[in-house]
Design a binder for this molecule. Structure first.
Ligand SMILES: NC(=O)C1=CN([C@@H]2O[C@H](COP(=O)(O)OP(=O)(O)OC[C@H]3O[C@@H](n4cnc5c(N)ncnc54)[C@H](O)[C@@H]3O)[C@@H](O)[C@H]2O)C=CC1
Ligand SMILES: O=C(O)[C@H](O)CS(=O)(=O)O
Length: 490
């Protein structure tokens, strides 16, 4: 670990963005029992903050306050709510540099990438502020002469939100954007690894004019306890979760008791397919973007790279050259392209996947070893078998495993042979092949000749065991609305 500590406050233009109290019912509070948990900088290992460690009692108060605040918030017009959301967006962009530094300090991604996440996260606040003005109802021709039928679309109610550490800003705004824009109350429980970005978001939301109590950020190290409060509290009408499929299953089981409506953005195992008619330079560029963004810690990262036999060796060589240009280091240091992994378990997972490929006779082309602390060499491996752990489990780290294939039918079958179905990518130029492959891949998102697919204007989400529902786009607002059919007899 780097010796020097991270004195975050001195790095910020506005140190008041570095909040360590929880935001409950419109007040900044310590935990009732004064408990706190540590937040560490994964690049340096030092403690950068002690944050309020809430229990269910405080979360219950936050839920009740969100429920109470909805009446007044829903009484405002969609335009008035949109104006608050727009101010929130503007404040995020004005403070992008500070928000980026806070994010890099607690999550590790390089500052340019962190600032990119702030812009991406802010785009959901902007987008759904606008979308809220277009939540239309319906009139339906009556089934009897004296009947007038209408359909209303109303805010679902209080939303409980649980999010991961890998995108500590955008994963929250992708949820609270639509929820708050339509008039819901929102209680966010961020990952304990990265609470500071969520708290800074609330500081700006309060400044933008969100009414007292409509948004809470309940920081806690006791994730399962908070999850149970969300699932068991009768005032909660919606649970929205982003994280692993394993935890998604736990929450869905818990939510079943109240038949609680859930949105789930879960794990992935993205295939990245390079056909022999691909533009190899473009394919290398796409693989670099998809595989090594956030040091491989995204649910839509290329997890298995299939290369058609005729271009396998050439692609492997070109990819290794590009990977060797990456600069691993502290995300707050200029020039760093690749930060640390989030924790020791993440490092060990990458080591386990590499060892497994080697044990099966595969080779390391470049990288392959951990560096000091939580840093890891970006790695390319060849000779990877279809039954390797890296082909069936999500690595969530900087490992690019290359698997060889012969035919289109063979690679589609292999790409689809997983319980996951979030993102898939392929590079080809033949229009018939592009059409056939994009239709045959069983995924919620398909990148064709691109490795980056994320945008607020398109529906993000998975099929199979990668999730339920969609976030972003005009569809993303549906998860925070209920439909009411009114049958008027005249
Ligand atoms: N589909 C998507 O958009 C995304 C999926 N993921 C997936 O999540 C995993 C990596 O992120 P992690 O944060 O490690 O995932 P995780 O599933 O371990 O944790 C996600 C969040 O759930 C909380 N949590 C854990 N156990 C819980 C429980 N029993 N009850 C309530 N909350 C609980 C954690 O504290 C964290 O805030 C990977 O599998 C990745 O693919 C991560 C980000 C986005
Ligand atoms: O958590 C994630 O991995 C994000 O959903 C990926 S993205 O939205 O930034 O592509």
């Amino acid at each position: 670990m780097t010796a020097h500590s991270t004195d975050l406050k001195t790095l910020l233009k506005d140190p008041s963005l570095l909040e360590t109290r929880a935001f409950v019912a419109g007040d900044w509070v310590d935990a009732d029992d004064g408990a706190t948990f540590e937040v560490r900088n994964p690049a340096r290992g030092d403690v950068i903050a002690q944050v309020a460690d809430l229990s269910r009692a405080e979360v219950k108060r936050a839920i009740e306050a969100a429920h109470a605040a909805m009446k007044g918030w829903q009484a405002r017009t969609a335009k008035e709510r949109a104006q608050v959301m727009r101010r929130w967006f503007d404040l995020m962009i004005e403070n992008q540099d500070d928000l980026g530094k806070i994010l890099t300090a607690e999550q590790g991604k390089p500052l340019p990438e962190a600032k990119g996440e702030i812009a991406y996260g802010a785009s959901f606040i902007e987008w759904f502020g606008e979308e809220a003005k277009r939540v239309y109802g319906e009139t339906i021709p009556g089934h009897q002469p004296d009947k007038r039928l209408t359909v209303l679309r109303q805010p679902i109610g209080v939303v409980g939100s649980i999010t991961p550490w890998n995108f500590p800003n955008a994963m929250i705004t992708r949820k609270c954007g639509p929820a708050l824009a339509v008039g819901c109350g929102f209680v966010a429980r961020p990952a304990a690894e990265t609470p500071l970005s969520a708290l800074a978001l609330a500081v700006l939301g309060e400044r933008a004019g969100l009414p007292k109590g409509i948004l809470s950020v309940v920081t806690s190290s006791r994730s399962s306890e908070i999850g149970k409060e969300f699932c068991e509290n009768p005032l909660v009408r919606k649970l929205t979760f982003t994280g692993s499929t394993e935890v998604g299953r736990i929450l869905l089981r818990q939510a079943a008791d109240q038949v609680l409506k859930c949105s789930m953005e879960l794990g992935g195992n993205a295939p990245f397919i390079v056909f022999d008619d691909a533009d190899l330079d473009a394919a290398v560029e796409g693989a670099m973007a998809s595989k090594f963004r956030n040091n491989g810690q995204t649910c839509v990262c290329a997890n298995r790279i299939y290369v058609q036999a005729g271009v396998y060796d050439d692609f492997a060589r070109r990819l290794a050259v590009a990977v060797d240009k990456l600069t691993v280091g502290d995300g707050l240091v200029e020039g760093t392209t690749t930060g640390p992994l989030i924790n020791e378990a993440a490092v060990e997972k990458v080591e386990e996947h590499i060892a497994d490929v080697l044990a099966q006779g595969g080779q390391v082309v470049t990288g392959g070893k951990r560096k000091d602390g939580l840093f890891f060499q970006p790695t390319v491996m060849t000779g990877v078998r279809d039954d390797a752990k890296v082909a069936t489990e999500e690595t969530f780290g900087p490992l690019a495993p290359l698997l060889r294939f012969e035919t289109e039918d063979e690679v589609i079958a292999k790409a689809n042979a997983t319980i996951f179905g979030l993102a898939a990518y392929f590079y080809a130029r033949d229009v018939g092949r592009i059409t056939r492959v994009q239709e045959a891949l069983e995924y919620g998102i398909v990148g064709v000749n691109t490795g980056i697919i994320s945008t607020e204007v398109a529906p993000f989400g998975g099929v199979k065991q990668s999730g339920l529902g969609r976030e972003g786009s005009r569809h993303g607002i549906e998860d925070y609305l209920e439909m009411k059919y009114v049958c008027l007899s005249i």
